[in-house]
Design a protein around this ligand. Structure first.
Ligand code: ADP
Ligand code: ADP
Ligand code: MG
Length: 450
């Protein structure tokens, strides 16, 4: 088993991972930027190392300093969390080269599945249904040819994409060229790689993803699916498990996800993402890391996914077999962001003057904030997640509403009321929503009192 793990991340996910390590008797090393010296993850780890200045480029993306910190503190493994270096194959390879265990799949697997265009090719090989589109990255000319075949609307997507960036919709043929260069430019700025591919835009789909776990001994299992259709600009806002899909579709998706994982000899936790409409389900990408929304799956299965990641990385067999995985009740997660929805969701870092978190059966608050903590302006605006577990979907919705009503975060604007507006919306309650829900109802969702 692992004895000492370095956590190459910050915020709520760093705290989440440190807690899992402590519960397993594993020592922890936190790393932090100058701006994060008072952060919760620094306080609760056994040891903490400053790895650089405020910007992510200087610190949480600084591979050399992170590897040095691991070597100097005797950490035998690095957990990358999500975002930052979590899907960076160069970093995973660097870890392999210096004999540090990267808690995730091998560098070669990240390479294959992290390039979204390449991943689609592999999925076609594995007989997993994918969204129709180009066969890999395209030049302008090749893209135009694909458009002739599949028609509009279509999407131009960055093969290095993530977090909803590097993506452009084309509704009319004449707009293709402009969108092509815009997507390339955004991809270059965000991911330093400007390759793009083209796929059909599935109109009004649901985003459904399947969580999988795999160990080094060929055992692969799924932990069911999550519905992450409530999105703003292709970024998830509310997630839940299970979804409302028919049992037969769910089962076909589980099978496809396991086939996908087996095809690339996948090891550790991963997620296969699909868009789903009346005609079927289509692979869009695989995330080769722990995801933000993993707690909803933990709530309905009782399985600690980070613990399984640590066990698998330490060379153990998965603790569960497929028949041990049973789903109970319904779980919902909302992402709490330091942002002001009424000012076009402008980030709102600053001092938390007061924090009050309600407690109760089936209520979980994953965050790194505390009273008197100042949220630095340099990183992602997500500051925490509220997760609830209920007997049924309606029960979970009610529990989430009452939890948000009681949650107090004073000092900065957050999206808390905006989230409540979604939870009150009759279409959301009925389950009549798809990835266009927020855009379609935005005006109404912003009518809360401040
Ligand atoms: P997921 O599929 O897990 O939602 P995304 O592709 O949306 O993942 O991106 C990963 C997540 O990582 C984002 O939701 C975002 O909240 C988080 N993230 C990205 N960059 C940072 C950062 N600099 N600090 C904290 N979290 C980040
Ligand atoms: P990222 O790496 O940024 O997470 P994804 O490929 O997972 O990118 O897409 C993000 C979101 O964009 C999806 O959850 C979905 O809402 C939307 N999307 C992506 N591809 C398609 C598609 N072909 N048709 C319709 N919506 C799509
Ligand atoms: Mg995605």
């Amino acid at each position: 088993m692992l004895q000492r793990v370095l956590i190459a991340n910050r915020g709520e996910i760093a705290v989440r991972i440190i807690r899992a390590c402590k519960q397993m008797g594993i020592e922890t090393v936190a790393v932090y930027s100058l701006a994060d010296k008072d952060s919760l993850h620094v306080h609760i780890a056994d040891e903490a190392v400053c790895i650089g200045g405020n910007s992510a480029a200087d610190s949480y993306l600084n591979m050399e300093n992170i590897i040095s910190a691991a070597v100097n503190t005797g950490a035998e493994a690095i957990h990358p969390g999500f975002g930052f270096l979590s899907e960076n194959s160069q970093f995973a390879r660097l870890c392999e080269d210096v004999g540090i265990i990267f808690i995730g799949p091998e560098a070669s697997i990240i390479e294959k599945m992290g390039d979204k265009a390449m991943a689609k090719k592999l999925m076609i090989e594995a007989n997993v249904p994918v969204v129709p589109g180009s066969d890999g990255e395209v030049s302008l000319e090749e893209g135009l040819n694909i458009m002739e075949k599949i028609g509009c609307p279509l999407l131009i997507k960055a093969s290095a994409g993530g977090g909803g960036r590097g993506m452009r919709v084309v509704h009319h043929k004449d707009d293709f060229e402009k969108a092509y260069y815009a997507a390339k430019q955004e991809a270059k700025a965000a991911f330093s790689h400007d390759g793009v591919y083209v796929e059909k835009l599935i109109t009004n789909p649901k985003h459904i993803e399947v969580q999988i776990l795999a160990d080094r001994y060929g055992n692969v299992l799924h932990l069911g699916e999550r519905d992450c259709s409530v999105q703003r600009r292709n970024q998830k806002v509310i997630e839940e498990a299970p979804s409302s899909l028919d049992k037969s579709i769910k089962e076909a998706m589980y099978e496809a996800a396991i086939k996908a994982a087996r095809h690339v000899n996948y090891v550790n936790a991963g997620t296969i993402e699909f868009v789903v409409d009346d005609t079927g389900f289509y692979f869009i990408e695989m995330n080769t890391r722990i995801q933000v929304e993993h707690p909803v799956t933990e709530m309905i299965t009782g399985i600690d996914i980070v613990r399984e990641q640590l066990r698998v990385a330490g060379g153990k067999h998965l603790k569960y077999k497929q028949e041990d995985v049973v789903f109970k009740g319904h779980a919902l997660e909302v992402r709490i962001n330091a942002e002001d929805p009424k000012l076009n969701f402008r980030p709102s870092p600053g001092l938390i003057e007061m924090l009050h978190v309600p407690q109760g059966l089936g209520i979980r608050f994953d965050s790194a904030i505390y009273t008197d903590y100042a949220i630095p302006p340099f990183y992602d605006s997500m500051i925490g997640k509220v997760i609830v577990h209920g007997y049924s979907r309606l029960d979970a919705i009610r529990k989430m509403r009452s939890t948000l009503e009681e949650l107090v975060i004073e000092g900065i604007p957050t999206n808390q009321s905006f989230l409540t507006m979604i939870l009150m919306h009759p279409d959301f309650v009925k389950g009549a929503f798809d990835t266009g829900f927020i855009a379609a109802h935005l005006e109404g969702l912003l009518t809360y009192e401040t």
